[in-house]
Design a protein around this ligand. Structure first.
Ligand code: ZN
Length: 318
């Protein structure tokens, strides 16, 4: 059985993903009753154009981190992927509570029911594409940790762990600036989740090398995305941290991303730096650091592609 990544247009060999932004957002519908500050991305023409720019710059794949119920729409993800030639990996799972309307369905469910929902979206279809001619599958679980383990819905953590064990699909976990990663990791290990399936997001907001080294050595992956967030001072935080991690031989445990959920980061919506900056700026800077090509490819695609790949019975569509 081949190890393949499930994209919105079908399974693909991990090597075919190419340059991959490991945590981003391509489509977020407004959610009535949710946090009014929540980001919205629904200008289809602008998003298509920006994806074309990403593709033209050499970008291959985007990992979309908006789970169902808080703005995801798999129909648009598939259409945008088809139109732009950029591979897109969609997710199931759960986000922070504030991105949902009051009384969200997932919060009323048992762990078993939520796990069944996640597994169904990973193996069959996202719920919004179930009745379409071309159902879209999720390729991984995106879940969200609050600032502490205790504040995070335990039944949904259990559901994600069960879905991960059942399918082998990876979990990308939002963290609040890297807080409580140790507690979440301990929980998943106790739940028999393979650390090789885990990715902790936004952890470069906690740029403590000892912490990063310890987490990486367990096999879990670390996602860095503050390159365009000046309040986290990327020149003194994420870039030096990245250099130290590479020097420590931990480059296979890191995935780079830009997490542009807000339209002010999209060029076609009047913002900066735009999706293509992942290639034209971040990847270019890695090249200027005179890192080996294999290291650059790992950080900007290879690592996350291998983590997203799962044993697959169906043929690759590439
Ligand atoms: Zn995000």
């Amino acid at each position: 059985m081949d190890e393949l990544v499930t994209t919105v247009l079908g399974p693909l060999a991990p090597e075919a993903l190419g340059i991959t932004d490991g945590h981003n957002h391509l489509w977020i519908e407004p959610v009535a009753g949710a946090d009014p500050e929540a980001p919205v991305l629904n200008d289809e023409a602008a998003i298509r154009q920006e994806l074309q720019q990403y593709r033209a710059a050499g970008g291959g794949t985007i990992v979309d981190c908006q789970p169902g119920g808080c703005g995801r729409n798999g129909r648009y993800l598939a259409q945008l992927s088809h139109d732009s030639g950029v591979h897109v990996v969609a997710c199931t799972g759960f986000h922070l509570r504030r991105y949902y309307p009051p009384h969200p369905m997932l919060w009323q469910m048992t762990a078993e029911a939520a796990s069944d929902l996640f597994v169904g979206e990973l193996l069959e279809s996202l719920y919004e594409t179930q009745d379409t001619a071309t159902p879209v599958r999720a390729g991984f679980l995106k879940i969200a940790g609050e600032a502490s383990f205790e504040q995070t819905p335990r039944h949904l953590l259990e559901a994600a762990a069960a879905a991960c064990r059942a399918t082998g699909c990876a979990i990308e976990m939002h963290t609040e600036k890297g807080l409580a990663v140790e507690a979440f990791l301990e929980f998943f290990l106790a739940q028999q989740v393979d650390p090789q399936r885990l990715v902790f997001c936004h952890v470069d907001k906690r740029p403590d090398f000892g912490f990063h080294k310890a987490i990486a050595q367990t096999g879990a992956m670390l996602e860095y995305d503050t390159f365009y967030r000046s309040k986290y001072d990327p020149e003194t935080a994420v870039w030096p941290l990245l250099e130290k991690m590479i020097a420590a031989g931990l480059e296979t445990q890191i995935v780079l991303a830009t997490d542009m959920a807000y339209s002010h980061m999209w060029q076609t919506m009047g913002g900066q730096p735009g999706l293509a900056a992942f290639v034209t700026q971040i990847r270019s800077r890695l090249a200027n650091m005179e890192l080996p090509a294999a290291t650059i490819n790992n950080l900007t695609g290879g690592n996350i592609a291998r983590r997203l790949a799962v044993p697959h019975k169906k043929e690759s569509h590439s």
